[in-house]
Design a protein around this ligand. Structure first.
Ligand code: CO
Length: 278
């Protein structure tokens, strides 16, 4: 078997976004600006309402996809095309912003824990100006698979032990797994050879292909190969997301919530937003 080894390991950077939501930026930081096709990964996790209550009021997106996966807490989203929905714990919203929309993402709770991830995935040039589209699923629609003793995997995108997750995106063929490992358990998974891939540990610790453990709040970029093999090393169990996608290998022109191929397209996005064409 052709095992993927650990490339570089990154620690997230504390930051704030939206109207002052405190979060940890793991991809999209100076250390790791992107990992084609992934543009950004934020982890938010706090039980202090003042860290999240102001939420993310109206803001635009164009040219890529935002994936919100909630672990705890509830988030209400609403866009300027009349779409809205409530994300509950365990829900995922896979939003293809395409040619653009303006939306808000606001906590719908006054207290308690808020925890989850937002991942940005690029779109190829031919889809950047497509119509906005949502794939949104509650926790009951995301299958859990037990591929090995002590291992439970929530399959958001991709396939584990013959079970497919609900998300489809042929452009990047993404894999998005939430992996729960009991102490001492082992999980192996085959990824498409050409995909870029990472593991982000959000609780506990795990060793990849027998290397030094990757600790909580660390992201390991996986090297080339196919099979990912992880051993849970922490007492009390380990939780991590395993994410992979086919790289687009296109020029990236990026400005805040706009991700296009050229600077001219960025200027056009700003003009279109000003003119109310989102
Ligand atoms: Co947004």
């Amino acid at each position: 078997m052709n095992h993927r080894t650990v490339g570089r390991v990154f620690r997230g950077m504390p930051t704030s976004d939206g109207a002052g939501v405190r979060l940890t930026r793991v991809i999209g930081s100076p250390q790791l600006p992107d990992l084609d096709p992934f543009l950004l990964l934020d982890e938010f996790g706090t039980d202090r309402p003042e860290d999240y209550i102001a939420g993310f009021p109206d803001h635009p997106h164009r040219g890529f996809e935002t994936v919100t996966y909630m672990l705890d807490g509830r988030m209400r989203h609403r866009d300027n095309h009349g779409n809205s929905g409530l994300l509950v714990p365990g829900a995922v919203q896979w939003m293809s912003a395409g040619r653009g929309l303006v939306h808000s993402e606001m906590p719908e709770q006054q207290e308690g824990r808020m925890r989850g991830f937002q991942l940005w995935i690029n779109l190829p040039a031919r889809l950047k100006m497509s119509e906005p589209r949502y794939q949104e699923y509650g926790p009951e629609r995301i299958p859990t698979v037990n591929p090995a003793p002590g291992v439970a995997v929530k399959v958001i995108a991709g396939e584990v032990a013959g079970v497919r997750g609900p998300i489809e995106q042929p452009a990047t063929e993404p894999v998005y797994l939430d992996v729960h490992l009991e102490t001492g358990s082992t999980f192996t998974h085959v990824l498409p050879h050409a995909h870029n891939a990472f593991l982000y540990v959000y609780q506990g610790a795990l060793a990849i292909a027998g290397a030094m453990p990757v600790l909580a709040q660390q992201l390991a970029v996986l090297g080339p190969g196919e099979t990912v093999a992880v051993d849970a090393t922490a007492t009390g169990g380990t939780r991590a997301i395993l994410v992979a996608g086919r790289p687009l290998r296109e020029p990236v022109a990026r400005h805040g919530p706009f991700v296009m191929n050229t600077r001219e397209e960025i200027l056009q996005a700003m003009e279109d937003l000003r003119a109310g064409r989102f």
